[in-house]
Design a protein around this ligand. Structure first.
Ligand SMILES: *Cc1c(COP(=O)(O)O)cnc(C)c1O
Length: 367
């Protein structure tokens, strides 16, 4: 006798995370300091000093439950984005929000739409509720919005869009995205995942929050894990209409975001200087990586985020050879991109380590 489980749960493949530094150190018998991790799109500058200070102030209250409604953090987010607290859902990372939206809006057997090569959590969240999915073929590694629109059926409940997308780094321009959001039927939710929005240049920026007043079906997901440097604390937020926000809050755990994360996020939001430094470092170093790929004769997908997808031949073998040199990058065969690897933009010296290891592995020169 064994326990019963739904077929749609048994069909879920476990999420493949970037290898933790400690794990590789144990495997190679190396010091953790000798390892470079460029596999999970984390902020190489760490976190804002204001986030750190806010967190230490919150230490004394850790015997108490967190504020279930995140009053102070929601107030700060509301002010920053020009929404009301009733339009905000806090999540244990934005991953939590993707799941909350799916659980709140999709029943087993109903339908969702997302793109080929899109962030894998759209698939995982949909599978967990037994939804059916249409995976729309990518165009130039990015979302084909016309085809995604055409894939919507009367059973469709959510269309997921990542902008920029992970792992491809592709960006849909604001005008095209706005036309898409307006064209999606009002009873189908558009989950717009903006995990890397802080990395967009002034020319690439667009204001999706301005669309919320016209579209009750729009759910914008943001995170403190990437540019804000708080990945280990797990905090994200969704902006949506009050009706959708109410539904998402009904299915969340009462204390889904912890006190330290709420405090740190509040501190981080107040530190524009740190955000600016993170943005500028990323722009400079991403440009350096992309030019190096061109010199090495490696095809890459131009990135709008803090990582680059680059074609190396056998992505899994190159990832393994890089690991043996103490450099952790991400294979993306699971995303249907077996010839590529994804590398996060690190500190200058980390990127130098990465480039020299890559040229060693590929037997090519970096200059
Ligand atoms: C990293 C990432 C997220 C979420 O990260 P959290 O740490 O759960 O906030 C969401 N979407 C995309 C596309 C990502 O790359």
């Amino acid at each position: 006798m064994t326990v019963h489980a739904p077929d749609h749960v048994k069909a879920i493949a476990p999420y493949q995370a970037g290898k933790p530094i400690g794990e590789l150190a144990r495997e190679l018998g190396l010091d953790e300091a000798g390892i470079v991790k460029l596999a999970s799109n984390e902020n190489p500058l760490g976190m804002s000093p204001r986030a750190r200070a806010a967190m230490s102030d919150a230490f004394d209250d850790l015997a108490r439950y967190p504020d279930s409604n995140g009053f102070e953090l929601k107030a700060a987010i509301a002010e920053r984005y020009g929404v009301t607290p009733g339009q905000i859902t806090l999540g244990n990372g934005s991953n939590d929000l993707l799941e909350l939206a799916t659980r709140a809006l999709v029943s087993a057997g109903e339908h969702v739409v997302y793109s080929e090569h899109a962030f894998v959590v759209y698939m995982l969240a949909s599978q967990a509720v037994g939804a059916r999915a249409t995976v729309v073929p990518a165009r130039d590694y990015g979302h084909d919005l016309d085809a995604m629109l055409a894939a919507i059926t009367p059973q469709t409940r959510i269309v997921f869009v990542a902008n920029p997308n992970n792992p491809t780094g592709t960006l849909i321009d604001g005008a095209a995205l706005e036309r898409f959001v307006i064209s999606v039927p009002g009873d189908v939710a558009v989950v717009l995942d903006q995990a890397y929005d802080e990395y967009l240049t002034p020319e690439q920026r667009y204001d999706a929050t301005a669309w919320l007043s016209r579209r009750d079906n729009l759910i914008i997901c943001r995170t403190f894990s990437k540019a804000y440097g708080l990945a280990g604390l797990r905090l994200g937020f969704a902006l949506a209409g009050t009706e959708v926000t109410d539904l998402m809050n009904r299915v969340r755990q009462p204390f889904n975001t912890n006190s330290l994360a709420q405090a740190a996020a509040l501190g981080a939001l107040s530190d524009d200087v740190f955000l600016r430094e993170s943005y500028e470092l990323n722009l400079r170093e991403r440009e350096r990586l992309e030019s190096a790929f061109v010199r090495m004769g490696l095809e890459h997908v131009p990135s709008a985020a803090n990582f680059v997808l680059v074609k190396v031949g056998d992505g899994a073998a190159v990832t393994q050879a890089m690991l043996e040199l103490g450099v952790i990058i991400r294979p993306v065969g699971g995303y249907g991109l077996p010839a590529f690897v994804r590398v996060s933009v690190g500190l200058p010296e980390e990127n130098t380590r990465f480039l020299s290891a890559l040229s060693e592995v590929l037997g090519k020169r970096t200059t």
